[in-house]
Design a protein around this ligand. Sequence first.
Ligand code: FAD
Length: 440
Amino acid sequence: MPIAILVPLYLGLAALPLTLAWIQDLPRRPFPDELASSLGLVSLAMILTEFFLLGRFRSITRRAGSDVIMRAHQRLARVALVLAVVHPFLYVSPMSAPPVWDVSSQTALNYSWEGFWPGIAAWLLLAGLVAMAIARDASGMPYAVWRLLHGLVAALVAGFGVLHVLRAGRYSADPLLGWVWIVFFACAMGALLYVYLVAPLLRGRHPWRVASVRPVAERTWAVTLRPDFDGGLDYQAGQFAWLNIGHGVFSLNENPFSISSAPSAGPDVEFTIKELGDFTRSIGQIQPGSRAWLEAPHGHLSHVGHEDAPGIALIAGGVGIAPLLGILRELAGTDDPRPTVLIYGNRRQSQIVAPAELRHLAAQHGTEVEHVLSEPDETWTGATGLIDASLLRRHFDTDARREWLYVLCGPPAMLRAVKADLLALGVPASRILSELFVYD
Ligand SMILES: Cc1cc2nc3c(=O)[nH]c(=O)nc-3n(C[C@H](O)[C@H](O)[C@H](O)COP(=O)(O)OP(=O)(O)OC[C@H]3O[C@@H](n4cnc5c(N)ncnc54)[C@H](O)[C@@H]3O)c2cc1C
């Protein structure tokens, strides 16, 4: 779904309950009370919409990118929290109407404990949920445990929130709005169930096995999987998968990794994985033959769909080479005639992944390859420093290359700088694709 559709769709969903409240034309209360209700309605609608922004629904992430959707999920959760925090205080501001017991909910809120406690529970849990997400890395909690808790608490926030609005809400006493909340909640829970139950069940029909694990650079491994079923994965070069090795199909122990192999090379799927934490540091111990599961394909980082680009520039930092290696292999494997440039930055020479294959691919496909090292030793004769504006100008400052497709993958600071430099060179934003390996 293109961003031009996603954004209005999101705004429409977030504003739907407020719009349905507005058209009820109930007697107006003091402004702070109306504002309090509005913030509560919008906040709950945003919380329910968060369940569709999990980065797992291809129809939503395909065009915008999973990283963009996940960032939107995180930022919008914080906005919803601010609205929810302010919501109850406005009712008791000095300018608000004094609380009135009104079981018909026609002129005021239903100030009953029955209506309040779910709201208080949702309010406290939501604050805890966002705090837990922000402090995830610092907490040291294993990622799988964190994900389980995050999903459970989010479902509770949604459930208590909807119960609160149905029991205490003045506008939500309206049958139409009441039903909208119930359907909204059911869809949100359906999204969660799909990710944690239905998708794993479907995945269970497509088991994989580890075919090989081999070192390809300093603290970096190539892991190859072979399908244990007839067929393979239908993916585009450069996309990524959620990889689960050695756990059950329902396990939450899965991590996202870009696919480094080329679809045209056959059914085996390869990943290039750098040691970082608990799972990635154990890659070297994985035994060939181990069971593996793939939730894939995801992501938009691919040259497919950009056939009109006259050339392709691949710009990688560190393990960001993983998806670009897949694209390069696919371009060579399908004899794509377009000119290609690979700019590949690392700190040390020992971190360059598959240097011999890169040389071979360059020769076979005519790719210009430029390695850039920021901490070279004295034997290094290539470019040094960072991938900066002058290096990019040297390769891309021509009218013909401005219309190329630029595919970027690497650390956030590198992506920001390279994107800005390319835009300054006159490359249109629509010609720049990038993917972050971190969601924060
Ligand atoms: C779209 C995408 C593609 C990626 N492709 C590659 C690749 O090709 N090669 C590569 O080496 N790395 C890639 N990564 C990064 C890789 O997912 C993390 O390095 C890996 O998950 C770390 O797991 P760990 O258990 O070793 O580290 P931990 O110590 O558990 O975690 C280190 C950090 O990694 C992140 N992380 C851990 N587990 C997950 C998870 N399940 N989901 C999301 N983030 C997590 C968290 O921010 C965490 O703080 C990619 C990330 C994304 C989002």
